[in-house]
Design a protein around this ligand. Structure first.
Ligand SMILES: Nc1ncnc2c1ncn2[C@@H]1O[C@H](COP(=O)(O)OP(=O)(O)OP(=O)(O)O)[C@@H](O)[C@H]1O
Ligand SMILES: [Mg+2]
Length: 237
């Protein structure tokens, strides 16, 4: 597994992968490291009135991460339907060529010393016939950064994801706990420590629920959040 290529996946959709990807990117940049971002496939992308695409994740990270690439390099494949890529492909037709994703990835990987690649949904989201999302991590030899929730059930879901990646021979670089659901059940205070007892994968971030004004569109605030909540030291060797 490369220690410069990271695949950001999560225990579920909407667990905060894009937000975490941005904080990781800003954490790299603030250390003076040259890091890029890719979201190979995005579904639920609407077409604007002028015919351009309303890239969601790619557009957000490009904007606040000051990335210079064209959006169609960051996100080579989009689908309008808010479905898994395979379901969207079946519904809308078209093509999803893994070689094309890899071609764009290697182009970006040449320009950057570190790459962050965000999956869609979780590891076993169907990508195309006989392919899952996590296969991309394997093809690019990435280390996984697993974004997980903070409340009851997170230990089970986190460990299941880790075991699955291990069973596929895919390395895991780190776990980031993100309290995106604003959970406050009794397990929240102890989950991090107990999870740490059951896995050797380093926990490189523990992000509380952040109301919108605290993660608002202000680059200084985002940079501060990256420094405060992401411990890059545990994945940089
Ligand atoms: N710690 C947090 N506190 C509060 N809101 C958060 C937090 N992390 C992320 N969010 C918000 O939760 C929503 C979902 O996050 P995000 O889009 O990053 O999830 P995702 O896993 O990338 O989703 P997808 O599977 O669609 O790519 C966004 O509105 C994001 O701003
Ligand atoms: Mg996302």
């Amino acid at each position: 597994m490369s220690n410069k290529i990271f695949f950001i996946t999560g225990i579920d959709t909407n667990v905060g992968k894009t937000f975490v990807s941005l904080l990781l990117l800003l954490a790299f940049k603030q250390r003076g490291l040259n890091a890029g971002y890719m979201k190979p496939v995005e579904t639920g992308v609407k077409i604007n009135e002028d015919g351009s695409k309303n890239y969601l994740d790619g557009g957000y990270v490009k904007k606040y991460g000051s990335l210079s690439e064209e959006p169609d390099i960051i996100t080579p494949y989009t689908f309008r339907s808010p479905l898994s890529p395979y379901a969207a492909l079946k519904q809308e037709g078209g093509d999803l060529c893994i070689k094309e994703i890899l071609f764009k990835f290697y182009y970006l990987n040449k320009a950057y010393d570190y790459m962050l690649v965000e999956g869609a949904g979780g590891m076993l989201v169907p990508l195309k016939k006989k392919h899952f999302m996590i296969d991309i991590a394997k093809y690019i030899d990435a280390g996984i950064i697993l974004v997980t929730k903070a409340g009851l059930g997170m230990i089970n879901q986190t460990l299941l994801n880790i075991e699955y990646a291990k069973s596929r021979g895919i390395g895991i670089s780190g776990i980031i706990i993100n309290n995106v659901l604003n959970e406050n059940d009794e397990s929240v205070p102890s989950n991090k420590e107990i999870l740490g007892e059951f896995t050797d994968v380093p926990i490189i971030g523990d992000i509380p629920y952040l109301p919108e004004k605290k993660r608002s569109e202000n680059i200084n605030m985002l940079n501060d959040l990256a420094l405060k909540y992401i411990d890059l030291g545990k994945i940089l060797v």
